[in-house]
Design a protein around this ligand. Structure first.
Ligand SMILES: Cc1cc2nc3c(=O)[nH]c(=O)nc-3n(C[C@H](O)[C@H](O)[C@H](O)COP(=O)(O)OP(=O)(O)OC[C@H]3O[C@@H](n4cnc5c(N)ncnc54)[C@H](O)[C@@H]3O)c2cc1C
Length: 289
């Protein structure tokens, strides 16, 4: 399939991209790696008249700890996430997710910013962001804004980004002692989008009591979904098998999957239950080591 005709523009700075976006209006779209946008254009689900290529903007590809935050530049590719020593040693949830995302050629181009900005509940990074309680930093015509992840996803392919806003950075609370995270998704075959996925991040105190927990679900609702009720069960508690069982059950009840080519609603509820329990256990194991 061939996309509809469009004009191509290249921006080399955030300011230039925002100015171009203002000049070209609502028919303009940013493109980072292009691996979500271009397939949609080829299928004619998206027909922007102007593409503003922001992939060559310098200074937006980094992974670093600064103060009490982990900061990831929006143009960081999924391959960069996969090979980062810092993420491998202190934030293994990223490796879990990236390994299950598409294939290496997609990961070489697909950026973390694009994966989140796309607002697709089937993408893997949004659930990870929910579990890690990320803050999304964006720049627009009115300057910089910080958006808590719980306010970011508004609906089917809709986010809190306003026309012309560029997602520039993801900020995540720095990994604490006795904390761990894990992600897994069930897929029909290697490289497929999730039938269902679960991200868990847990923080324990020295006595093993759960101080904080984040649980994010992939592709079982119109927007990436936080499992609030499940988090409440574990927060402030010593985590037992019985409580984990309870959270798995809640996950299967609270998710909102639809039957489709990837499976029936009942099947998806069942695997959400299983993956949730497994990911809590894996996150706990990492937090204790
Ligand atoms: C065959 C295939 C399989 C895939 N499988 C998976 C999978 O299993 N899991 C998964 O998570 N993803 C999957 N993807 C998607 C892939 O990971 C994408 O590359 C990624 O989600 C989007 O990143 P991108 O840089 O390519 O974004 P683009 O395609 O460039 O952009 C996507 C959207 O975000 C907007 N955008 C991009 N960057 C910014 C920014 N910095 N600020 C504001 N708006 C921005 C664009 O305007 C566009 O609307 C797959 C893709 C392909 C082609």
């Amino acid at each position: 399939m061939i996309p509809a005709k469009f004009d191509y523009h290249k921006a080399t700075s955030v300011k230039e991209a925002i100015a171009l976006s203002q000049e070209l209006g609502e028919e303009a779209k940013y493109m980072s790696g292009g691996h979500s946008l271009l397939p949609m254009m080829k299928l004619r689900f998206a027909t922007p008249e102007h593409i503003i290529d922001i992939s060559k903007i310098g200074g937006l590809s980094y992974i670093k700890e600064e103060g009490n935050l982990l900061k990831i530049g929006a143009m960081t590719t999924q391959t960069d996430l996969e090979h980062s020593d810092l993420l491998i040693s202190s934030y293994p949830i990223f490796g879990d997710a990236v390994w299950l995302t598409a294939d290496p050629s997609v990961r070489n181009f697909g950026t973390i910013g694009g994966n989140i900005a796309h607002g697709d509940a089937a993408n893997d990074q949004p659930a990870v962001m929910l579990a890690l309680r990320a803050t999304i930093v964006a720049e627009g015509a009115d300057g910089e804004k910080s958006i808590p992840i719980d306010e970011f996803f508004h609906g089917f392919y809709m986010t809190a980004l306003e026309p012309g806003d560029i997602l520039t950075e993801i900020q995540i609370p720095k990994a604490k002692k006795n904390s761990g995270g894990a992600y897994y998704k069930m897929e029909r075959k290697v490289g497929d989008y999730a039938t269902a996925g679960v991200a868990v991040h847990i923080e324990l105190d020295d006595a093993g009591v759960c101080q904080e927990i984040g649980i994010g679900l992939t592709n079982v609702s119109a927007v990436p979904m936080r499992l609030d009720r499940g988090e409440e069960v574990l927060r402030g508690q010593k985590v037992t098998d019985e409580l984990i069982e309870q959270v798995g059950q809640i996950a299967s009840e609270d998710c909102e999957p639809e039957s489709d080519l990837r499976g029936s609603e009942a099947y998806k509820r069942s695997i959400v239950n299983t993956i949730t329990k497994r990911m809590i256990n894996k996150a706990l194991e990492r937090a204790r080591n």
